[in-house]
Design a protein around this ligand. Structure first.
Ligand code: PMV
Length: 326
């Protein structure tokens, strides 16, 4: 049997503006999705997802036969099937498969849960079929097919950072750049509220249509501060980075994507000593990210808890997808 795991992600700076212009700075975090894959006699793909109480069989015509959970669960499991089929297509090896998925990453909260599952699936099925680890580039491309099912035509940020780990700068038209980060002490605060990235991107678009010049100025400001934050991060200037995160949260609020829960966590984290705090990802729910030095970590985590959030033990990680035979 093959086991593969891949990390989630958090956007440090540049969400929403990156849809228009300027960079996004994205970090892999050490919450991981796990996939176990093995061959199984018969035809099609059996998928088990105990986290959501679902398991079922996709036959070779793509029909879903539930074993546990209702038939509507096919929608959650289908990206895994699509990624496994894409691996089979590329490797010209069709097999019956059994795949089990478990994830530490809260779904639909902007932490890259679907991408991590797709990346781990691509890596596990690729190794199972070919007997060796696929090149990361290929894992990333195969995983993108799963992301397309979930998100339409996403930028590819999530599957990139999940495959390679570490820190990534992405800008439309310029592509991806991995860069080195020495130290980045983070705390993530989870509101527990799921949301849809597409809905929030559309909300910002509608605001832009009504107030083009004003919204363009906000987007320009976020693009500028993301650029400066990228420099501050590379120089290890955490104080400056924290200030830029605070400004970014204000601008994202101005775009209408913050919520009272996110604001409460952001202000609680700052009052408890965070160098900076902001919502991360599309907003509307999901999570905040706070930059917190060691001596203040306990206090900030407690402050997030006091306002109803859940501090996640998830730091920055350099470790991307990993595969082992067990
Ligand atoms: O899916 P999330 O929450 O990580 O948000 C993605 C970032 C956005 O800029 C809001 C959308 C995008 O496609 O870049």
């Amino acid at each position: 049997m093959i086991h593969a795991s891949a990390p989630g992600k958090a956007i440090l700076l540049g969400e929403h503006s990156v849809v228009y212009r300027g960079p996004a700075i994205v970090l892999a975090i050490d919450l991981r999705a796990h996939i176990w894959a093995e061959e199984r006699g018969g035809d099609g793909i059996w998928i088990e997802a105990p986290d959501i109480g679902a398991s079922g069989h996709f036959d070779s015509s793509g029909r879903y036969h539930p074993i546990r959970g209702g038939s509507e669960r096919w929608r959650s499991l289908n990206p895994i099937r699509v990624v496994a089929l894409e691996a089979m297509r590329r490797l010209e090896a069709a097999r019956g498969l059994r795949i089990r998925v478990e994830s530490e990453i809260p779904p639909a909260e902007g932490l890259g849960s679907s991408a991590a599952i797709s990346v781990a699936t691509a890596a596990a099925v690729g190794r199972l079929l070919s007997g060796e680890n696929l090149p990361k580039e290929m894992v990333c491309e195969i995983a993108y097919e799963g992301e397309r099912i979930v998100h339409g035509t996403p930028s590819g940020i999530d599957n990139h950072v999940s495959t390679y780990g570490g820190a990534l700068r992405y800008e439309r038209g310029k592509g991806f750049e991995r860069f080195k980060v020495e130290e980045l002490p983070l705390i993530i605060g989870d509101s527990g509220r799921r949301r849809s990235t597409g809905g929030l991107v559309a909300k910002v678009r509608r605001l832009w249509e009504r107030h083009r010049e004003v919204v363009d100025a906000i987007i320009d400001a976020i693009a500028q501060l993301s650029e400066e934050g990228y420099k501050a991060l590379r120089e290890g200037n955490l104080k400056r980075l924290g200030e830029l995160m605070d400004i970014d949260h204000g601008l994202l609020s101005a775009l209408g994507v913050s919520t009272p829960e996110l604001d409460r966590m952001v202000y609680a984290a700052r009052s408890a000593g965070a160098l900076g705090a902001k919502l991360t990802g599309a907003g509307g729910g999901g999570c905040i990210i706070a930059l917190v030095e060691q001596p203040d970590r306990g206090r900030v985590a407690e402050a997030i808890r006091r306002v109803g959030g859940r501090p996640l033990r998830a730091g920055f990680t350099d470790i991307g997808v990993e595969v082992e035979e067990i």
